[in-house]
Design a protein around this ligand. Structure first.
Ligand code: ADP
Ligand code: ASP
Ligand code: MG
Length: 465
Protein backbone atom coordinates (compact mmCIF):
# COMPACT_ATOMS: atom_id res chain seq x y z
CA UNK A 1 0.00 0.00 0.00
CA UNK A 2 1.07 3.57 -0.65
CA UNK A 3 -0.39 7.02 -0.02
CA UNK A 4 -0.37 9.51 -2.91
CA UNK A 5 -1.12 13.12 -2.00
CA UNK A 6 -1.78 15.70 -4.71
CA UNK A 7 -1.51 19.42 -3.93
CA UNK A 8 -3.64 22.28 -5.27
CA UNK A 9 -1.80 22.93 -8.53
CA UNK A 10 -1.83 19.19 -9.29
CA UNK A 11 -5.66 19.28 -9.39
CA UNK A 12 -6.18 22.86 -10.55
CA UNK A 13 -8.14 22.14 -13.75
CA UNK A 14 -9.44 19.34 -15.97
CA UNK A 15 -6.06 18.74 -17.63
CA UNK A 16 -4.36 18.47 -14.23
CA UNK A 17 -7.03 16.10 -12.85
CA UNK A 18 -6.71 13.83 -15.89
CA UNK A 19 -2.98 13.82 -15.38
CA UNK A 20 -3.43 12.85 -11.71
CA UNK A 21 -5.68 9.96 -12.77
CA UNK A 22 -2.89 8.76 -15.11
CA UNK A 23 -0.32 8.92 -12.32
CA UNK A 24 -2.59 7.07 -9.88
CA UNK A 25 -3.43 4.35 -12.40
CA UNK A 26 0.24 3.63 -12.99
CA UNK A 27 0.57 2.80 -9.27
CA UNK A 28 -2.52 0.62 -9.13
CA UNK A 29 -0.64 -2.52 -8.19
CA UNK A 30 0.59 -0.80 -5.04
CA UNK A 31 -2.93 -0.27 -3.60
CA UNK A 32 -2.87 3.53 -3.46
CA UNK A 33 -4.85 5.69 -1.05
CA UNK A 34 -5.22 9.04 -2.83
CA UNK A 35 -5.38 12.24 -0.76
CA UNK A 36 -6.18 15.55 -2.48
CA UNK A 37 -6.04 19.25 -1.71
CA UNK A 38 -8.56 21.76 -3.02
CA UNK A 39 -7.98 23.08 -6.56
CA UNK A 40 -5.32 25.83 -6.45
CA UNK A 41 -6.63 29.07 -4.96
CA UNK A 42 -9.96 27.62 -3.78
CA UNK A 43 -9.20 27.55 -0.05
CA UNK A 44 -8.20 31.22 -0.18
CA UNK A 45 -11.38 32.03 -2.09
CA UNK A 46 -13.55 30.18 0.46
CA UNK A 47 -11.93 31.95 3.40
CA UNK A 48 -12.35 35.24 1.52
CA UNK A 49 -16.08 34.55 1.11
CA UNK A 50 -16.45 34.02 4.86
CA UNK A 51 -14.52 37.21 5.69
CA UNK A 52 -16.30 39.38 3.14
CA UNK A 53 -19.71 38.20 4.36
CA UNK A 54 -18.90 38.93 7.98
CA UNK A 55 -17.67 42.40 6.96
CA UNK A 56 -21.05 43.00 5.35
CA UNK A 57 -19.85 42.72 1.72
CA UNK A 58 -22.50 40.16 0.88
CA UNK A 59 -22.70 40.99 -2.83
CA UNK A 60 -18.99 40.45 -3.29
CA UNK A 61 -19.15 37.22 -1.30
CA UNK A 62 -22.04 35.88 -3.37
CA UNK A 63 -20.24 36.79 -6.57
CA UNK A 64 -17.24 34.80 -5.33
CA UNK A 65 -19.48 31.78 -4.61
CA UNK A 66 -20.83 32.06 -8.15
CA UNK A 67 -17.27 32.11 -9.50
CA UNK A 68 -16.36 28.96 -7.55
CA UNK A 69 -19.50 27.19 -8.74
CA UNK A 70 -18.69 28.20 -12.30
CA UNK A 71 -15.03 27.08 -12.02
CA UNK A 72 -15.92 23.62 -10.70
CA UNK A 73 -18.82 23.23 -13.14
CA UNK A 74 -16.41 24.06 -15.96
CA UNK A 75 -13.93 21.42 -14.76
CA UNK A 76 -16.73 18.82 -14.59
CA UNK A 77 -18.00 19.96 -18.00
CA UNK A 78 -14.56 19.52 -19.54
CA UNK A 79 -13.76 16.20 -17.82
CA UNK A 80 -17.10 14.63 -18.65
CA UNK A 81 -18.03 16.31 -21.92
CA UNK A 82 -18.32 13.02 -23.77
CA UNK A 83 -21.98 11.92 -23.86
CA UNK A 84 -21.09 8.58 -22.23
CA UNK A 85 -19.76 10.47 -19.26
CA UNK A 86 -22.87 12.57 -18.77
CA UNK A 87 -23.90 10.80 -15.55
CA UNK A 88 -20.67 11.82 -13.84
CA UNK A 89 -21.08 15.40 -14.97
CA UNK A 90 -24.61 15.56 -13.63
CA UNK A 91 -23.79 13.91 -10.31
CA UNK A 92 -20.74 16.09 -9.71
CA UNK A 93 -22.50 19.30 -10.68
CA UNK A 94 -25.52 18.46 -8.51
CA UNK A 95 -23.33 18.01 -5.44
CA UNK A 96 -21.29 21.13 -6.17
CA UNK A 97 -24.47 23.14 -6.70
CA UNK A 98 -25.98 21.89 -3.43
CA UNK A 99 -22.80 22.80 -1.56
CA UNK A 100 -22.70 26.25 -3.17
CA UNK A 101 -26.30 26.86 -2.06
CA UNK A 102 -25.26 25.93 1.47
CA UNK A 103 -22.29 28.28 1.17
CA UNK A 104 -24.61 31.08 0.05
CA UNK A 105 -26.79 30.51 3.12
CA UNK A 106 -23.71 30.57 5.33
CA UNK A 107 -22.62 33.84 3.71
CA UNK A 108 -26.05 35.36 4.28
CA UNK A 109 -26.10 34.44 7.95
CA UNK A 110 -22.55 35.74 8.44
CA UNK A 111 -23.59 39.03 6.84
CA UNK A 112 -26.44 39.31 9.37
CA UNK A 113 -24.40 38.24 12.38
CA UNK A 114 -21.32 40.26 11.34
CA UNK A 115 -19.26 37.83 13.32
CA UNK A 116 -16.91 35.15 12.09
CA UNK A 117 -15.80 32.30 14.32
CA UNK A 118 -12.96 29.85 13.54
CA UNK A 119 -15.62 27.13 13.53
CA UNK A 120 -17.50 28.79 10.66
CA UNK A 121 -14.24 29.44 8.81
CA UNK A 122 -13.58 25.68 8.85
CA UNK A 123 -17.08 24.92 7.66
CA UNK A 124 -16.47 27.18 4.65
CA UNK A 125 -12.88 26.07 3.96
CA UNK A 126 -13.81 22.38 3.90
CA UNK A 127 -15.75 22.60 0.62
CA UNK A 128 -12.63 22.94 -1.53
CA UNK A 129 -11.24 19.47 -0.80
CA UNK A 130 -14.70 17.92 -1.11
CA UNK A 131 -15.09 19.23 -4.65
CA UNK A 132 -11.64 18.33 -5.93
CA UNK A 133 -11.90 14.81 -4.49
CA UNK A 134 -15.35 14.37 -6.02
CA UNK A 135 -14.12 15.38 -9.47
CA UNK A 136 -11.10 13.08 -9.29
CA UNK A 137 -13.21 10.14 -8.12
CA UNK A 138 -15.60 10.55 -11.06
CA UNK A 139 -12.68 10.78 -13.47
CA UNK A 140 -11.32 7.47 -12.12
CA UNK A 141 -14.76 5.86 -12.28
CA UNK A 142 -15.12 6.97 -15.89
CA UNK A 143 -11.83 5.26 -16.68
CA UNK A 144 -13.41 2.02 -15.56
CA UNK A 145 -11.75 1.84 -12.12
CA UNK A 146 -13.47 0.80 -8.99
CA UNK A 147 -12.88 4.12 -7.31
CA UNK A 148 -14.60 5.20 -4.13
CA UNK A 149 -14.68 8.48 -2.26
CA UNK A 150 -14.34 8.43 1.52
CA UNK A 151 -15.17 11.59 3.46
CA UNK A 152 -12.05 12.32 5.54
CA UNK A 153 -14.30 13.58 8.31
CA UNK A 154 -15.25 9.98 9.02
CA UNK A 155 -11.58 9.10 9.55
CA UNK A 156 -9.47 12.06 10.68
CA UNK A 157 -10.74 12.98 14.12
CA UNK A 158 -9.39 16.08 15.84
CA UNK A 159 -9.79 18.31 18.85
CA UNK A 160 -11.93 21.42 18.52
CA UNK A 161 -9.15 23.95 17.92
CA UNK A 162 -10.84 25.11 14.73
CA UNK A 163 -8.54 26.23 11.85
CA UNK A 164 -5.55 24.45 13.43
CA UNK A 165 -7.04 21.36 15.01
CA UNK A 166 -4.85 18.68 16.57
CA UNK A 167 -5.41 15.14 15.30
CA UNK A 168 -6.68 12.56 17.79
CA UNK A 169 -4.24 9.87 16.76
CA UNK A 170 -5.66 6.79 18.46
CA UNK A 171 -9.15 7.34 17.15
CA UNK A 172 -7.89 8.30 13.67
CA UNK A 173 -5.62 5.25 13.51
CA UNK A 174 -8.49 2.96 14.40
CA UNK A 175 -10.86 4.62 11.90
CA UNK A 176 -8.28 4.54 9.09
CA UNK A 177 -7.86 0.79 9.63
CA UNK A 178 -11.59 0.22 9.94
CA UNK A 179 -12.63 2.27 6.90
CA UNK A 180 -9.72 2.47 4.42
CA UNK A 181 -8.20 -0.98 4.84
CA UNK A 182 -11.14 -3.17 3.74
CA UNK A 183 -11.70 -0.96 0.68
CA UNK A 184 -8.03 -1.07 -0.30
CA UNK A 185 -7.96 -4.82 0.26
CA UNK A 186 -10.89 -5.16 -2.13
CA UNK A 187 -8.59 -3.40 -4.65
CA UNK A 188 -10.71 -0.26 -4.67
CA UNK A 189 -8.98 3.01 -5.57
CA UNK A 190 -9.76 5.05 -2.49
CA UNK A 191 -9.87 8.84 -2.77
CA UNK A 192 -10.15 11.11 0.26
CA UNK A 193 -9.55 14.72 1.27
CA UNK A 194 -6.53 16.24 2.92
CA UNK A 195 -6.73 19.16 5.35
CA UNK A 196 -10.22 18.44 6.74
CA UNK A 197 -11.35 16.42 9.71
CA UNK A 198 -14.06 16.40 12.35
CA UNK A 199 -14.44 16.46 16.10
CA UNK A 200 -15.82 13.25 17.62
CA UNK A 201 -19.21 14.97 17.85
CA UNK A 202 -19.20 15.66 14.14
CA UNK A 203 -18.14 19.31 13.72
CA UNK A 204 -15.97 20.01 10.67
CA UNK A 205 -12.40 21.07 11.45
CA UNK A 206 -9.22 21.80 9.47
CA UNK A 207 -5.68 21.01 10.58
CA UNK A 208 -3.96 24.22 9.43
CA UNK A 209 -3.04 25.75 6.06
CA UNK A 210 -1.06 23.43 3.84
CA UNK A 211 -2.27 20.56 6.04
CA UNK A 212 -3.03 18.03 3.28
CA UNK A 213 0.56 16.80 3.47
CA UNK A 214 0.01 16.14 7.16
CA UNK A 215 -3.28 14.28 6.50
CA UNK A 216 -1.46 12.08 3.99
CA UNK A 217 1.27 11.27 6.51
CA UNK A 218 -1.25 10.55 9.28
CA UNK A 219 -3.19 8.13 7.06
CA UNK A 220 0.03 6.58 5.78
CA UNK A 221 1.31 5.98 9.30
CA UNK A 222 -2.03 4.52 10.43
CA UNK A 223 -2.03 2.05 7.52
CA UNK A 224 1.75 1.47 7.79
CA UNK A 225 2.10 1.96 4.04
CA UNK A 226 5.36 1.31 2.23
CA UNK A 227 5.70 4.89 0.93
CA UNK A 228 4.06 8.30 1.32
CA UNK A 229 4.20 10.24 -1.96
CA UNK A 230 3.74 14.03 -1.93
CA UNK A 231 2.99 15.15 -5.50
CA UNK A 232 3.48 18.87 -6.06
CA UNK A 233 4.56 21.44 -8.67
CA UNK A 234 8.36 21.27 -8.30
CA UNK A 235 10.83 18.44 -8.90
CA UNK A 236 11.23 17.61 -5.22
CA UNK A 237 12.77 19.31 -2.23
CA UNK A 238 15.23 21.80 -3.68
CA UNK A 239 18.37 23.41 -2.28
CA UNK A 240 16.45 26.70 -1.86
CA UNK A 241 13.02 28.19 -2.50
CA UNK A 242 12.75 28.15 -6.33
CA UNK A 243 10.46 31.19 -6.33
CA UNK A 244 13.44 33.23 -5.07
CA UNK A 245 16.19 31.24 -6.76
CA UNK A 246 15.17 29.53 -10.02
CA UNK A 247 18.52 27.74 -10.26
CA UNK A 248 17.89 25.83 -7.00
CA UNK A 249 18.83 22.15 -7.41
CA UNK A 250 16.89 18.99 -6.66
CA UNK A 251 18.03 17.12 -3.57
CA UNK A 252 17.92 13.44 -4.42
CA UNK A 253 17.88 12.14 -0.90
CA UNK A 254 17.69 13.58 2.58
CA UNK A 255 17.05 12.44 6.13
CA UNK A 256 13.85 12.83 8.12
CA UNK A 257 15.68 15.25 10.42
CA UNK A 258 16.84 17.45 7.58
CA UNK A 259 13.38 17.53 6.03
CA UNK A 260 11.76 18.27 9.38
CA UNK A 261 14.07 21.25 10.01
CA UNK A 262 13.52 22.61 6.51
CA UNK A 263 9.76 22.28 6.72
CA UNK A 264 9.68 23.90 10.14
CA UNK A 265 11.80 26.78 8.92
CA UNK A 266 9.57 27.67 6.04
CA UNK A 267 10.24 25.40 3.04
CA UNK A 268 6.61 25.42 1.96
CA UNK A 269 7.01 22.24 -0.08
CA UNK A 270 6.23 20.18 3.06
CA UNK A 271 3.87 21.06 5.89
CA UNK A 272 5.97 21.24 9.09
CA UNK A 273 4.22 18.30 10.77
CA UNK A 274 4.34 15.93 7.77
CA UNK A 275 7.48 14.15 8.72
CA UNK A 276 6.53 13.22 12.30
CA UNK A 277 4.08 10.38 11.57
CA UNK A 278 6.51 9.08 8.93
CA UNK A 279 9.37 9.05 11.44
CA UNK A 280 7.28 7.18 13.99
CA UNK A 281 6.60 4.34 11.59
CA UNK A 282 9.81 4.77 9.60
CA UNK A 283 7.96 5.20 6.31
CA UNK A 284 9.88 6.76 3.38
CA UNK A 285 8.42 10.01 2.04
CA UNK A 286 8.95 10.87 -1.62
CA UNK A 287 8.33 14.39 -2.97
CA UNK A 288 7.48 14.32 -6.69
CA UNK A 289 6.43 16.66 -9.51
CA UNK A 290 3.02 15.87 -11.02
CA UNK A 291 3.98 17.85 -14.15
CA UNK A 292 7.01 15.60 -14.65
CA UNK A 293 5.93 12.28 -13.22
CA UNK A 294 8.90 10.44 -14.73
CA UNK A 295 11.29 12.30 -12.36
CA UNK A 296 12.74 10.60 -9.28
CA UNK A 297 11.87 13.41 -6.86
CA UNK A 298 13.37 13.57 -3.39
CA UNK A 299 13.47 10.53 -1.16
CA UNK A 300 13.29 11.25 2.57
CA UNK A 301 14.27 8.38 4.87
CA UNK A 302 16.00 7.76 8.17
CA UNK A 303 19.25 6.82 6.40
CA UNK A 304 21.86 9.51 5.73
CA UNK A 305 22.78 9.90 2.04
CA UNK A 306 25.75 7.80 1.00
CA UNK A 307 27.96 10.77 0.13
CA UNK A 308 29.68 12.51 2.99
CA UNK A 309 31.01 15.32 0.83
CA UNK A 310 27.85 17.33 0.98
CA UNK A 311 27.89 19.56 4.04
CA UNK A 312 24.88 21.82 3.59
CA UNK A 313 21.74 20.29 2.07
CA UNK A 314 19.35 23.19 1.81
CA UNK A 315 18.47 26.71 2.87
CA UNK A 316 15.05 27.81 4.12
CA UNK A 317 13.57 30.94 5.59
CA UNK A 318 10.42 32.14 7.31
CA UNK A 319 9.17 35.66 6.61
CA UNK A 320 7.12 38.07 8.71
CA UNK A 321 8.98 37.23 11.87
CA UNK A 322 8.92 39.44 14.94
CA UNK A 323 11.96 39.73 17.20
CA UNK A 324 11.38 40.51 20.86
CA UNK A 325 14.40 41.68 22.81
CA UNK A 326 13.94 41.49 26.57
CA UNK A 327 16.46 43.29 28.75
CA UNK A 328 16.64 43.33 32.50
CA UNK A 329 20.03 43.81 34.09
CA UNK A 330 18.54 43.38 37.54
CA UNK A 331 16.66 40.18 36.90
CA UNK A 332 18.48 38.32 34.20
CA UNK A 333 21.00 36.43 36.21
CA UNK A 334 18.48 35.65 38.91
CA UNK A 335 17.32 32.09 38.79
CA UNK A 336 13.82 31.66 37.51
CA UNK A 337 14.03 34.56 35.04
CA UNK A 338 13.90 32.40 31.93
CA UNK A 339 11.23 30.19 33.46
CA UNK A 340 9.07 33.25 34.08
CA UNK A 341 9.67 34.47 30.56
CA UNK A 342 8.68 31.14 29.02
CA UNK A 343 5.63 30.86 31.26
CA UNK A 344 4.25 34.07 29.81
CA UNK A 345 4.63 32.80 26.25
CA UNK A 346 3.21 29.41 27.21
CA UNK A 347 0.19 30.97 28.93
CA UNK A 348 -0.63 32.77 25.67
CA UNK A 349 0.02 29.60 23.63
CA UNK A 350 2.73 31.35 21.68
CA UNK A 351 5.64 29.31 20.43
CA UNK A 352 9.13 30.72 20.28
CA UNK A 353 11.25 29.74 17.28
CA UNK A 354 14.73 31.06 17.95
CA UNK A 355 16.27 32.22 21.17
CA UNK A 356 19.63 33.76 22.10
CA UNK A 357 20.69 34.88 25.56
CA UNK A 358 23.45 37.09 26.88
CA UNK A 359 24.25 38.55 30.25
CA UNK A 360 21.99 41.52 29.74
CA UNK A 361 19.18 40.19 27.70
CA UNK A 362 17.25 37.54 25.87
CA UNK A 363 16.22 37.88 22.24
CA UNK A 364 13.64 35.62 20.74
CA UNK A 365 11.47 35.30 17.67
CA UNK A 366 7.79 34.55 17.19
CA UNK A 367 6.13 33.92 13.86
CA UNK A 368 2.99 35.99 14.15
CA UNK A 369 1.72 38.96 16.05
CA UNK A 370 -1.36 37.24 17.59
CA UNK A 371 -1.70 37.97 21.31
CA UNK A 372 1.50 39.94 21.19
CA UNK A 373 0.18 43.01 23.00
CA UNK A 374 -0.90 40.96 26.01
CA UNK A 375 2.48 39.19 26.13
CA UNK A 376 4.39 42.46 25.86
CA UNK A 377 2.36 44.05 28.65
CA UNK A 378 3.25 41.20 30.99
CA UNK A 379 6.93 41.26 30.03
CA UNK A 380 7.11 45.02 30.59
CA UNK A 381 6.18 44.52 34.22
CA UNK A 382 9.68 43.28 34.90
CA UNK A 383 11.87 44.07 31.90
CA UNK A 384 12.57 46.53 29.10
CA UNK A 385 11.19 45.17 25.88
CA UNK A 386 11.99 46.13 22.29
CA UNK A 387 9.99 44.76 19.38
CA UNK A 388 11.09 44.60 15.74
CA UNK A 389 8.87 43.44 12.92
CA UNK A 390 9.62 42.50 9.29
CA UNK A 391 12.39 40.08 10.08
CA UNK A 392 13.21 36.70 8.57
CA UNK A 393 14.52 33.55 10.25
CA UNK A 394 17.05 31.76 8.09
CA UNK A 395 18.01 28.16 8.46
CA UNK A 396 20.95 26.33 6.84
CA UNK A 397 20.44 22.56 7.15
CA UNK A 398 22.68 19.56 6.67
CA UNK A 399 23.25 16.29 8.53
CA UNK A 400 27.04 16.60 7.96
CA UNK A 401 27.34 20.09 9.43
CA UNK A 402 27.89 18.71 12.89
CA UNK A 403 31.05 16.87 11.86
CA UNK A 404 32.50 19.56 9.60
CA UNK A 405 34.64 22.45 10.81
CA UNK A 406 34.25 25.96 9.48
CA UNK A 407 30.65 25.88 8.24
CA UNK A 408 29.57 28.82 10.40
CA UNK A 409 32.62 30.81 9.27
CA UNK A 410 31.70 30.20 5.62
CA UNK A 411 28.04 31.12 6.21
CA UNK A 412 28.79 34.41 7.93
CA UNK A 413 31.67 35.36 5.62
CA UNK A 414 29.39 34.85 2.60
CA UNK A 415 26.64 36.93 4.19
CA UNK A 416 29.14 39.64 5.04
CA UNK A 417 30.43 39.81 1.46
CA UNK A 418 26.84 40.23 0.29
CA UNK A 419 26.25 43.03 2.79
CA UNK A 420 23.65 41.08 4.78
CA UNK A 421 23.46 42.07 8.41
CA UNK A 422 22.95 39.17 10.85
CA UNK A 423 21.00 40.13 13.95
CA UNK A 424 20.60 37.02 16.06
CA UNK A 425 22.24 33.61 15.84
CA UNK A 426 21.28 30.21 17.25
CA UNK A 427 23.53 27.23 16.69
CA UNK A 428 23.68 23.92 18.44
CA UNK A 429 20.05 23.58 19.47
CA UNK A 430 19.80 21.02 16.75
CA UNK A 431 23.12 19.70 15.53
CA UNK A 432 22.06 19.80 11.94
CA UNK A 433 21.11 23.41 11.49
CA UNK A 434 22.43 26.91 11.84
CA UNK A 435 19.71 29.46 12.39
CA UNK A 436 19.91 33.25 12.30
CA UNK A 437 17.75 36.32 11.85
CA UNK A 438 18.08 38.99 9.18
CA UNK A 439 15.93 41.80 7.88
CA UNK A 440 13.17 40.69 5.49
CA UNK A 441 14.45 43.07 2.82
CA UNK A 442 17.66 41.04 2.59
CA UNK A 443 16.13 37.59 2.01
CA UNK A 444 16.93 37.42 -1.70
CA UNK A 445 20.53 38.55 -1.18
CA UNK A 446 21.03 36.01 1.61
CA UNK A 447 19.58 33.08 -0.35
CA UNK A 448 21.71 33.94 -3.37
CA UNK A 449 25.03 34.31 -1.57
CA UNK A 450 24.58 31.16 0.55
CA UNK A 451 23.52 29.18 -2.47
CA UNK A 452 26.58 30.37 -4.39
CA UNK A 453 28.78 29.47 -1.43
CA UNK A 454 27.50 25.96 -0.84
CA UNK A 455 25.95 24.71 -4.07
CA UNK A 456 27.13 26.44 -7.21
CA UNK A 457 30.53 24.73 -7.49
CA UNK A 458 29.60 21.53 -5.76
CA UNK A 459 29.46 18.36 -7.78
CA UNK A 460 26.21 16.50 -7.28
CA UNK A 461 28.01 13.78 -5.29
CA UNK A 462 24.91 11.69 -5.70
CA UNK A 463 23.07 14.10 -3.46
CA UNK A 464 22.02 16.87 -5.84
CA UNK A 465 20.94 16.81 -9.42
P1 ADP B 1 1.12 21.98 -2.97
O1 ADP B 1 -0.05 22.81 -3.34
O2 ADP B 1 1.45 20.91 -3.96
O3 ADP B 1 1.07 21.47 -1.56
P2 ADP B 1 2.88 24.11 -2.13
O4 ADP B 1 2.70 25.39 -2.85
O5 ADP B 1 2.31 23.98 -0.77
O6 ADP B 1 2.38 22.94 -3.09
O7 ADP B 1 4.45 23.74 -2.05
C1 ADP B 1 5.25 23.73 -3.20
C2 ADP B 1 6.00 25.05 -3.33
O8 ADP B 1 6.92 25.18 -2.26
C3 ADP B 1 6.86 25.16 -4.55
O9 ADP B 1 6.12 25.59 -5.67
C4 ADP B 1 7.94 26.16 -4.12
O10 ADP B 1 7.64 27.45 -4.60
C5 ADP B 1 7.86 26.18 -2.60
N1 ADP B 1 9.16 25.90 -1.95
C6 ADP B 1 9.72 26.66 -0.97
N2 ADP B 1 10.89 26.15 -0.59
C7 ADP B 1 11.12 25.04 -1.33
C8 ADP B 1 12.18 24.06 -1.39
N3 ADP B 1 13.26 24.13 -0.61
N4 ADP B 1 12.05 23.07 -2.27
C9 ADP B 1 10.96 22.96 -3.06
N5 ADP B 1 9.95 23.84 -3.07
C10 ADP B 1 10.00 24.88 -2.20
N1 ASP C 1 -6.21 23.45 0.66
C1 ASP C 1 -5.54 23.68 1.92
C2 ASP C 1 -4.74 24.99 1.88
O1 ASP C 1 -4.75 25.67 0.86
C3 ASP C 1 -4.66 22.53 2.34
C4 ASP C 1 -3.50 22.21 1.41
O2 ASP C 1 -3.44 22.67 0.27
O3 ASP C 1 -2.64 21.43 1.85
O4 ASP C 1 -4.17 25.36 2.86
MG1 MG D 1 1.38 22.41 0.31
Amino acid sequence: MIVMKFGGTSVQDAVAIRNVANIVLRERERFPLVVVSACAGVTNALLGIARKSAEGNLQEALAAVAALRQRHFAIAGELFKDGRRQSSRELAQETIDRDCCELEKLAQSLAVLKELTPRTLDQCAAFGEQWSSLLLTHELLQRGCEACLVDARAVLFTGNEFTRATPLFDLTDAKAKEIFLPLLQQRKLVVTQGFIGATPDGLTTTIGRGGSDYSAAIFGAALEVEEIQIWTDVDGVLTADPSILPEARRIKQMTFNEAAELAYFGAKVLHPSTILPAIQKNIPVRVLNSKRPEGRGTLITSAPAASSQCIVKSIAYKERITVIAVQSSRMLMAHGFLARLFEIFAAHQKSIDVIATSEVGVSLTVDNADNLEAILAELRRFADVRVEHNKAVFCVVGENMKSTRGVAARVFAALDRAGVNVELIAHGGSEINLTFVISEAQIAAAVKCLHDEFFSNVEGNGVFE
